[in-house]
Design a protein around this ligand. Sequence first.
Ligand SMILES: Nc1ncnc2c1ncn2[C@@H]1O[C@H](COP(=O)(O)OP(=O)(O)OP(=O)(O)O)[C@@H](O)[C@H]1O
Length: 224
Amino acid sequence: MGIIHLKNVQVEYNGFNTIHALQDVSLSIEKGEWITILGPSGSGKTTLLNVIGGMERSSSGEVEVVGIQLDKLSDDSLQDFRREKIGYIFQHYRLFDQFTVLENVMLPQWPYMSKKENEERATAMLSKLHMSHRLYHLPGELSGGEKQRTAIARAMVHSPEILLCDEPTGNLDRENRDNVLSCLEGLHQEGMTILIVTHDEEIAKYGDRVLFLRDGILKERVEA
Ligand SMILES: Nc1ncnc2c1ncn2[C@@H]1O[C@H](COP(=O)(O)OP(=O)(O)OP(=O)(O)O)[C@@H](O)[C@H]1O
């Protein structure tokens, strides 16, 4: 059984019309794999990441991540799962503008780690991502690539089991994009399991396996 295992997962949003954001999605990902899921806007990419990361519950089907059946967890346990096991990076970085790079990376672990350990880990992770020269800068003073590397450091500082990336290079020019992808490659070589969702076909060149999402349906290839 893989580190991520989905069986017949459905997500429906019931509003004026029922939207089937994920339809009968089954997926197995091994520990240490880098999977890229390509899909156009509205195809269900964020929904899929949110279900795997415990940010959202499926309407039906089985979701098992790092051996934990997420459908069976209480809200509190789901929150603990998310905090301990998952690293998540967003397209728009979501950094706090009033805090330095180092503080941004330390913030999520503030209540759960001693200040000393938190600072040591954050500094080490930022150094690994070639951000040592920017520890005391504010996000407004960074390039897009540096912002995303800060966000990666924040997602990795608690040593998650899986790194989930939602359009991680969406706002970046080629140079910054290659730079962020090579940071992800470094983490992958160390054994990190990485799942990227994107509409950017260039990213499919990286990683071990590409899957395609269309209208909430996951496929191994797309018909021409
Ligand atoms: N909370 C919600 N309530 C109702 N509908 C939703 C909700 N979240 C997402 N949807 C709908 O579900 C579908 C899938 O959305 P999702 O955000 O997963 O797509 P996406 O592929 O990530 O899109 P994008 O690339 O534009 O971010 C869309 O039709 C969207 O409008």
